[in-house]
Write a protein that binds this ligand. Structure first.
Ligand code: NAP
Length: 325
C-alpha cells in the first residue's frame, strides 16, 4: 500500500516528525512561522491529510480547494480554528489532541495564579530595575493562595485537573459548568456548584476552562467582571475570545478586579494595547501546553489521528464522528 500524503503546516517535535516521515509522504513548512492562507492552500493541494495548528484557520472555502482531503488533524485540544460544521458537511473527519495536555495547561493556570497573586513578575521587575532597597514589611503584598476560594468556569478535563491541585492548597472550590456534575462526582471532587454569577462573586481566583465556540465567546464580559470581588484575580488559559478583552482592560484600570493572569488573547498575537503596560497583569504568550513532553505527546497523537484517517481507519480522537456513519 502506498503511503498517505500529508501536509504539515509547521514543524512539530522531532519524535512526531520522525513518525510522520516514516509512515507518510510528508510535506511540511520548514519555517517556524504561520503560513498564509494561500500557502496552506498550495501546501494541501493533492494531499490526503492536513495536519495544522490552532494558528491555521480552516473553513469550507479552504476545504473546497482539495476535494480529496481525508482529514484535518489539529495539533491542539481546542479546535475553534476549524469550521467543524463545514468539514462535517464535506464528510471530512476533524481530530484534536485531548487529555495529553491537561496537566501542563492546569500547571500553567496554577503558575499564573501564583505569578499574579504573589506578584512574582512585578517583584522580578523591581529587582532587575536595580531600584530595590531591600525587604520591606509592606512591600509588594499579594493575596494568599492557600485557603483561598477558587472559582472554576468550565469543569472539563482541565477544570478537573485544577480541582486536584486546589486540594493540596486547602482551597474551597466553586464551579459553574454548562452541564452540572452528578452529586456523587461533586462530593468525590469536593466542589460546590453555583450559578456563574455566584462563582464570580464569591471567588478569590476565577479560572476559565471552557472551550471556545459561539456560545462561549465573551462569556466573561463587563457584567461578569463587575460581579467579581475587587481583590479577585481572573486567570484565562482557555481561549482569548472567551473573555471580552476591552472590558477586562477597563476592569483592570478601574480596579474593579485585582488583576489577571492571561495565557491567551482575543486576537493573538495582538493584545489590547493597554495590557502591555498594566502592572496588574501577567501575560505569557500562549504557553499552556508548552512543555517538551506534552508537545511531543500532542504531536504523536495528531500524527496518529492523521495517519489513521488517511488509511481509511477511524482516527482515535475524532470530534465529528458523524462523518463516519
Ligand atoms: P473539555 O474537557 O472538552 O472541556 C470543555 C469545557 O468547555 C467543558 O466544561 C464544557 O462543558 C465547556 N463547553 C463547551 N462548549 C460549551 C458551551 N457552548 N457553553 C458552555 N460551556 C461549554 O476540554 P479541556 O481539555 O478541558 O480543554 C478546555 C479548553 O482549554 C480547550 O477547548 C482549549 O481551548 C483550552 N486549552 C488551552 C491551552 C493553552 O495552551 N492555553 C491548552 C489546552 C487547552 P460541558 O461539560 O457542558 O460539555
Amino acid at each position: 500500500m502506498s503511503k498517505p500524503k500529508i501536509f504539515l503546516t509547521r514543524p512539530i517535535p522531532p519524535a512526531s516528525m520522525e513518525l510522520l516521515e516514516r509512515e507518510s509522504e510528508l510535506t511540511f513548512n520548514p519555517d517556524d512561522r504561520v503560513l498564509t492562507r494561500e500557502e496552506v492552500i498550495a501546501g494541501m493541494a493533492g494531499q490526503d491529510g492536513l495536519l495544522c495548528t490552532l494558528m491555521d484557520p480552516v473553513d469550507g472555502e479552504l476545504l473546497d480547494t482539495n476535494p480529496n482531503l481525508k482529514v484535518v488533524a489539529n495539533y491542539a485540544v481546542g479546535y475553534n480554528n476549524i469550521d467543524v460544521a463545514a468539514a462535517t458537511e464535506r464528510k471530512i473527519p476533524v481530530t484534536n489532541t485531548p487529555g495529553v495536555l491537561t496537566d501542563s495547561t492546569a500547571d500553567m493556570a496554577w503558575a499564573l495564579m501564583f505569578a499574579i497573586g504573589r506578584r512574582v513578575v512585578e517583584g522580578d521587575q523591581l529587582v532587575r530595575s536595580r531600584k530595590w532597597e531591600g525587604w520591606g514589611p509592606m512591600q509588594l503584598l499579594g493575596q494568599d493562595i492557600t485557603g483561598a476560594t477558587l472559582g472554576l468556569i468550565g469543569l472539563g478535563r482541565i477544570g478537573k485537573a485544577m480541582v486536584k491541585r486546589a486540594r493540596g492548597f486547602d482551597m474551597k472550590v466553586l464551579y459553574w459548568n454548562r452541564t452540572r456534575l452528578s452529586e456523587a462526582e461533586e462530593i468525590e471532587l469536593g466542589v460546590t456548584y453555583l450559578s456563574q454569577k455566584e462563582v464570580l462573586a464569591q471567588s478569590d481566583f476565577v479560572s476559565v476552562h471552557v472551550a471556545l465556540n459561539a456560545e462561549t465567546t465573551h462569556l466573561i464580559g463587563e457584567a461578569e467582571l463587575a460581579a467579581m470581588k475587587p481583590t479577585a484575580y481572573l486567570i484565562n488559559t482557555a481561549r482569548g475570545p472567551v473573555v471580552d478583552e476591552k472590558a477586562l482592560v477597563k476592569a483592570l484600570q478601574q480596579g474593579s478586579i485585582g488583576g489577571a493572569g492571561l495565557d491567551v488573547f482575543e486576537k493573538e498575537p495582538e493584545l489590547e494595547p493597554e495590557l502591555y503596560d498594566l502592572p496588574n497583569v501577567v501575560i505569557p504568550p500562549h504557553l499552556g501546553s508548552a512543555t517538551i513532553g506534552t508537545r511531543t505527546k500532542m504531536g504523536n497523537m495528531a500524527a496518529e489521528n492523521c495517519l489513521a484517517a488517511c488509511r481509511g481507519e477511524r482516527p482515535p480522537n475524532i470530534v465529528n464522528p458523524e462523518v463516519l456513519e
